[in-house]
Design a binder for this molecule. Structure first.
Ligand code: PEP
Ligand code: MG
Length: 557
């Protein structure tokens, strides 16, 4: 538990586990289009010129950036070049709307479309709005929205786009707090990449006067305004602890040397440097659908091969588990998603695509076959039956794959894990979907988070059953769902016989630390205590109670 209790405490969703205290700096708000904006004769040209200016500026920043930031800035620059968006704004100007108003309205139309699509697309609305803010500022002759820092600060904003972030001197950013945004949005991704403590969805942060000291604790999800000495000390202790955790870079193993490789989840080759910087031993989940979220048509085999080769090369011989396209539900792909499904999470998603678009599955396996090395493993998502596992394995092997597996994320697959494992070389538990399907709870519904909890006894039982099947058959059973990033759950998973853990890179240090401070026998006792509990909270408390007290204290648990 955090000790940040003094001062006014605002809450939000924390990204990572670190903490910081510094004066608050507010990002300059974007200018808004004035009411009754006049339309000059050159208004349409001005709109074109403003979009071009913004696109060029963003592209230049993308060229100077690296990693994820480069990719997101590049994607934002592309939005500023989008012909349909510009044409929409120009059409409005030609119909008599003022230029800044026309741009605002055109972007609002696109944002509504993205939001209706949900998932990743909805999270791109931040980028779209940042294009709008820059174009509108240009049209109004106002300074570009943003912030220039002169001292180490906690940066607060309504939302922070990649373009805003690129304009900041990151050495002076002690932490980031936003009123909007989501835990998987760009602000969170970039903060995670840079190891900066970050809170999103903090109502009221913009009402705090600039210059006021603010303490943020990402693990607790709190921002304390004008903190007392006790809170400052607690924050500094957390920051020191995080630095100490990050300095342990040994491979994943229990205290008595039982190896449990710690791997990273990635969405493209650009994520690999961050994973390696956090000392991941390889990649346990490459979500290939992320590469193609913006594509209107199925990517060509050569384009796919290039993207997979980039990840393989970046990993330089380390293990890479590539997941075939998991299109549908929360990850819609324009060229693969069924348009008229009433329950997309229960529809044609993941490997079920082989029923409607077999050529897509084949072309992906073909591309992978062209570039795979001995350390490339391939697995299919959303497998429900041994027959599906057999079908995928025979397609993948025919395309040249040497190590073939499937994800266990449907309860049917967990219940029949022995039969599934007989068809493949390994399985990987996707606990995000396994919780969704076991508890019949849409994973996008925040208000049902208590049901989606991976500590739910029924979910733990299915994980245990799958791990037991792996032990019986002597085949690897990994976990690549979010639950692997909880250091307490990681001990439970190790105790159940899980053979590797894959997570977001920011979680690696604390999971590594937890494992290295418990023997396998201790992990087994922790797992048994969790399995014996009757509710998610009892299960976690039971696991915590069996942990080494010193390790628990260092982890701030
Ligand atoms: C999961 O379901 O746990 C998983 C890892 O896959 P995704 O989150 O991409 O559906
Ligand atoms: Mg899944």
């Amino acid at each position: 538990m955090s000790t940040l209790v003094e001062g006014a405490v605002l809450s939000g969703i924390g990204v990572g586990r670190s903490a910081a205290v510094a004066p608050l700096a507010l990002v300059r708000p974007a200018p808004r289009a004035p009411e009754h904006e006049p339309v000059g004769p050159d208004a349409a040209d001005a709109v074109h010129a403003a979009f071009t200016h913004v696109a060029e500026g963003l592209a230049a920043r993308a060229a100077a950036a690296s990693g994820n930031l480069k990719e997101v800035l590049g994607a934002t620059a592309l939005m500023a070049k989008d012909r349909a968006l510009i044409a929409d704004a120009v059409k409005r100007v030609e119909a008599g709307t003022g230029p800044a108003t026309a741009v605002t309205e055109a972007v609002a139309g696109y944002a509504a479309m993205f939001e209706a699509a949900g998932g990743y697309l909805a999270e791109r609305v931040t980028d779209l709005n940042s294009v709008r803010d820059r174009v509108v500022a240009r049209l109004l002759g106002a300074p570009e929205p943003g912030l220039s820092l002169t001292e180490r600060s906690i940066v607060a904003a309504e939302d922070l786009s990649p373009a805003d972030t690129a304009a900041l001197d990151l050495d002076l950013v002690a932490g980031i707090v936003t009123e909007l945004g989501g835990p998987t949005g760009h602000t969170a991704i970039i903060a995670g990449q840079l190891g900066i403590p970050c809170l999103v969805r903090v109502a009221g942060i913009l009402d705090v006067a600039p210059g006021t000291p603010v303490a943020i604790d990402a693990a607790a999800g709190t921002a304390t305004v004008d903190p007392g000495q006790e809170v400052r000390d607690a924050v500094e202790a957390i920051a020191a602890r995080e630095a100490a955790l990050a300095s342990d870079t040994a491979p994943g193993a229990t205290k008595d040397g039982h190896a449990l490789p710690l791997l990273a989840n990635i969405g493209s080759a650009a994520d690999v440097p961050r994973a390696l910087a956090a000392h991941a031993e390889g990649v346990g989940l490459f979500r290939t659908e992320v590469l193609f979220l913006d594509e209107a048509t199925a990517p060509a085999v050569e384009d796919q091969a290039r993207a997979y080769r980039a990840a393989i090369e970046a990993l330089d011989g380390r293990k890479l588990v590539v997941r075939t396209l998991d299109a549908g539900a929360d990850k819609p792909l324009a060229f693969a998603t069924q348009p008229d499904e009433e329950n997309p999470a229960l529809g044609v998603r993941g490997f079920r695509l082989a029923r409607t678009l077999p050529e897509l599955v084949e072309s992906q396996l073909l591309a992978l076959g062209q570039v795979s090395t001995h350390s490339t493993w391939v697995m299919a998502p959303m497998i429900a039956t041994p027959a599906e596992a057999r079908d995928f394995a025979s397609r993948a092997r025919a395309a040249g794959a040497t190590t073939v597996g499937v994800m266990v994320e449907v309860p049917a697959a967990a219940l029949r894990a022995d039969a599934i494992l007989r068809e493949v070389d390994f399985v990987s538990l996707g606990t995000n979907d396994l919780a969704q399907y076991t508890m019949a709870t849409d994973r996008l519904r925040g208000e049902l988070a208590d049901l989606l909890d991976p500590w739910q006894p029924a979910v733990l039982d299915l994980v245990a059953a799958t791990a037991a099947a792996g032990r019986r058959l002597g085949k690897p059973v990994g976990v690549c769902g979010e639950s692997a990033s909880d250091p307490v759950m990681a001990l439970v998973l190790a105790g159940l016989g899980i053979t590797s853990l894959s997570m977001s890179p920011g979680a690696l240090a604390s999971v590594r630390f937890a494992l290295r401070h418990h023997t396998l026998a201790q992990c087994e006792a922790i797992a048994q205590a969790a399995l014996a509990a009757g509710s998610p909270s009892d299960a976690r408390v039971a696991a915590l109670t069996h942990m080494d007290p010193e390790a628990r204290a260092t982890l701030g648990l």
